[in-house]
Design a protein around this ligand. Structure first.
Ligand code: B1N
Length: 809
């Protein structure tokens, strides 16, 4: 199909505006223009979608089904225009129509159907699967409300609902013809029919799952994939008969209950809450998805026995783990296969990615809740559990291993063990993380079935996270590598290494960074009224607020710098701006206190004349994908300082590296692989290694001793305890670090143990910054070697080692 020209695009947008909103361009609001543009792009992508599906069907290609409770898509307008090769035309068309393109792009709300890294990873992967021309579909829930909007009021987080659909709906294509029905509760009984035993599951509540599709265009390809978002609606037939019987209240209740399933994304990141509604969400989207996949396979005229040769189901953490029993249910109850056949197919079709080793994030559903809500699935899970236990017993003859690997145990269903038993592959998301899974978290399972355990290091969509958001850098890379080939072959960026001693290139790099800083400072002033100094170091920590990510370590260090500056006004020679952005789960009180603390410290420093032009702390409200896109190109220092062994991979670390920021970090997650590429000389490494963390905890960790022995740390913690000029005290956080409180042990994440080394790394970083040539050279090496972290490479790894599908090379 021909690309848009500026004229045809402008005409198409004008037509849409008139047909949908009855408006001429000069009367349209920015939101209306966004919706019209989205519809134009959507139509164009939809046509290609039809062509892609016809081709896939004809060729009989294996399909990938990527299931995730989260897809953190962000904005789509610029992305789609970019991928369709129409970004230039769109800019011109909008300008011709009297709009400022940047303002139009800014008016699109983020589709924020995710919490953080796990959800954003799914979004990057669907882009790469499409660009690599893999026939793939993403599946999730069409939440009415995405992750909450964060407001800071009196220094504290307040959550507001995020109704993204008013505008965002323009991207969605409702597909009522593909509706599925999902049953909750009710009773299960056996029934004999003509000598055959049938399972009858009846009663309870049936919810309608209606797909809303978001079509995904890839880069430099006509291939289109689909992100299928299931919306929950009440079952109409039941409602009508209830109304006619006069059961108004009951009917209305059921209606409300059905709709609540797709109402809101759970805002916990790296944390499991055993809520009944969450389990409903999981089964709702899993059941609808599995019914759909199996139906398509059967409609293609294929027997179920080769299901796994044509389909692979990748599950994003254990949240969609119910695919295992749901496949079994459909194969056995609906298609009449026997247990062995059904198990054989299921265990060859499903693959599980683990994203965390934090105990509080591992899903374990209470048996009574599970049994009431999903009676048939519960029977199947019990059978899976019994057979698995027999297999484990037979292999190890060891009671404690049986207990460790059990699926149903002590009244709970352990979802990770279910995924290991029911799948063909289990992968971690970075080298270190996968090693921890093999050697520690899943060591028994790995002993029994070592072939299942793999690693696929995470990656990011480098077209969005570099080319699109940092256009000057994109031009420089194209110029230096001789073409734009790097857009589809990210390892081409390696060629930049050759320019490490080229003064002009280094100067250009610095110039681009500075321009991005100035642009971000303008944006921050316009949207938030904060004044930033573009001639200071932009030292950034943006990610979800979690104790293991150690924002508090960064804060304690800043307090110590502040104190140093009070002792000696010349202590800071390079002006330093510390930027934070983070949402805290609404029920995570400690995380909320840390946000408050950052704001108190920011206010304190703002009011101290000695800090003027030298030290500033800024908390950026409502950190989200679209803010990251503005901030990352302007960042110089990337804080990746989690306790070693806790951050499975991290993906923010990759985005910063790709945009030339230098990392201050621990040897954790994908930082380890970054270090392998960069060496000690191109990043600022500090802190205990994962095995030393383990060792220290085993030997008995004593933060009080460190507090007593390190005078700088002692003084900073005392200041934190007493608070700052706003009068808020942080004794609770102080206690948590030094003595332990609320039943937690003291300093669970070893901030005090790593403090001294962290301060040294920060000092090395500041000293290096004072030498622009050295700094720019490091920055260049970071960009050059970041190609490994393209999601295209991750997806190629999945295709080769787990999915066994073809992809565009
Ligand atoms: O997944 C990312 C990793 O880069 C991060 O290191 C990891 O922390 C993140 C329960 C999670 N792991 N687990 C979650 C999210 C929501 C939820 O309800 C757990 N998120 C991660 C991508 O691999």
């Amino acid at each position: 199909m021909k690309n848009f020209t500026t004229e045809t695009l402008q005409q198409a947008i004008t037509d849409k505006l008139m047909i949908h909103f009855g408006k001429a361009p000069e009367d349209a609001t920015e939101a209306e223009i966004v919706r019209a543009c989205a519809r134009v792009m959507r139509d164009r992508i939809a046509i290609r979608g039809v062509e892609t599906r016809t081709k896939t069907r004809k060729q009989g290609d294996k399909q990938v089904h990527y299931l995730s409770l989260e897809f953190l898509m962000g904005r789509s307008l610029m992305k789609n225009a970019y991928n369709l090769g129409s970004l230039k035309m769109l800019n011109e068309a909008l300008t011709n129509m009297g709009f400022t393109p940047a303002d139009v792009f800014e008016a699109e709300p983020d589709a924020a159907l995710g919490n953080g890294g796990l959800g954003r990873l799914a979004a990057c992967y669907i882009d790469s699967m499409t660009t690599l021309e893999i026939p793939a579909t993403g599946y999730s829930i069409c939440y009415d409300l995405g992750i909450f909007k964060q407001k800071i009021v009196d220094g504290q987080q307040v959550e507001l609902p995020d109704s993204w659909k008013d505008v965002g709906e323009a991207w969605l294509l409702p597909r009522p013809e593909d509706t599925k029905w999902v049953r909750f509760g009710g009773t299960v009984r056996d029934q004999w029919d003509n000598g055959y035993l049938h399972i009858v599951h009846e009663g309870g509540q049936v919810v309608r799952a209606v797909p809303c599709d978001m079509e995904i265009a890839g880069y430099d390809t006509d291939h289109v994939n689909t992100l299928r978002l299931w919306d929950a609606q009440p079952t109409k037939q039941v409602d009508m008969s209830m109304y006619s019987r006069g059961e108004y209240m009951k009917a209305t209740e059921e209606e409300a209950m059905a709709e609540v399933i797709a109402k809101v994304l759970y805002p916990e990141d790296n944390h499991y809450e055993g809520k009944s509604l969450r389990l409903k969400q999981q089964y709702f989207f899993v059941s609808a998805t599995v019914q759909h996949i199996v139906q398509k396979h059967v409609e293609a005229g294929r027997p179920l026995t080769n299901f796994h040769e044509y389909n692979v189901i990748q599950i994003n953490d254990t949240h969609p783990a119910l695919v295992v029993p749901e496949l079994m249910r459909i194969f056995i109850d609906e298609a009449g296969l026997d247990w062995e056949q059904a198990w054989d197919i299921t265990t060859q079709a499903v693959a599980y990615t683990n994203h965390t080793v934090l105990a509080e994030a591992l899903e374990r559903w209470p048996q009574d809740l599970f049994q009431t809500l999903l009676p048939r699935i519960w029977q199947i899970v019990q059978e899976i559990s019994n057979r698995w236990q027999a297999k484990v017993d037979n292999h190890f003859h060891n009671h404690s291993i049986t207990a460790d690997m059990a699926i149903v145990w002590n009244g709970e269903i352990r979802m990770a063990n279910l995924c290991i038993a029911g799948g063909m592959a289990v992968n971690g998301v970075s080298g270190l993380h996968s090693e921890i899974l093999r050697k520690d978290v899943f060591k028994n399972a790995c002993n029994m079935e070592p072939h299942k355990f793999k690693n696929v290091t995470n990656g990011i969509d480098h077209r969005r996270w570099l080319s699109e958001i940092n256009p000057e850098m994109d031009s420089l890379i194209c110029e230096l590598t001789g073409s734009n080939r790097y857009l589809s072959h990210a390892d081409d960026m390696m060629k930049l290494d050759a320019f490490a001693d080229d003064k002009t290139v280094l100067a250009k790099l610095a110039e681009i960074k500075h321009a991005n800083k100035v642009r971000f400072a303008k944006h921050a002033k316009k949207t938030r009224g904060v004044i930033l100094n573009p001639d200071s170091i932009f030292d950034v920590q943006v990610k979800r607020l979690h104790e293991y990510k150690r924002q508090l370590l960064n804060v304690v260090h800043i307090i110590s710098l502040y104190q140093k500056l009070q002792d000696d006004p010349n202590a800071i020679t390079v002006p330093h701006t510390f930027l934070f952005g983070a949402k805290a789960a609404p029920g995570y009180q400690v995380a909320k206190r840390i946000i408050h603390l950052i704001n108190s410290l920011s206010d304190e420093i703002d009011h101290n004349p000695a800090c003027k032009g030298k030290l500033q702390v800024v908390f950026l409200e409502n950190y989200r994908v679209s803010l990251a896109e503005q901030l990352i190109p302007a960042s110089e220092v990337s804080q990746q300082i989690s306790t070693a062994g806790k951050e499975a991979s991290g993906t923010g670390n990759m985005k910063f590296m790709m945009n030339g920021a230098l990392t201050v970090g621990t040897l954790d997650g994908a930082n380890v692989e970054m270090h392998g590429l960069l060496g000690d000389e191109n990043m600022f490494l500090f802190g205990l290694h994962a095995h030393e963390v383990e060792q220290l905890i085993r030997d008995g960790y004593d933060p009080q001793r460190i507090y007593q022995e390190n005078a700088t740390l002692h003084r900073a913690l005392d200041a934190l305890r007493n608070g700052f000029r706003d009068g808020v005290r942080y004794d609770d956080l102080y206690q948590r670090l030094v003595y332990g409180n609320h039943g937690s042990c003291a300093d669970e994440y070893l901030l005090l143990a790593d403090f001294a080394d962290y301060a040294k790394a920060e000092a090395r970083m500041s000293a290096t910054y004072a030498d622009p040539t050295a700094w720019n050279k490091m920055s260049l090496h970071n960009i050059a070697r970041s190609g490994l972290f393209s999601a295209d490479r991750s997806i190629a790894d999945y295709a080769e080692t787990i999915w066994h599908t073809n992809y565009r090379k």
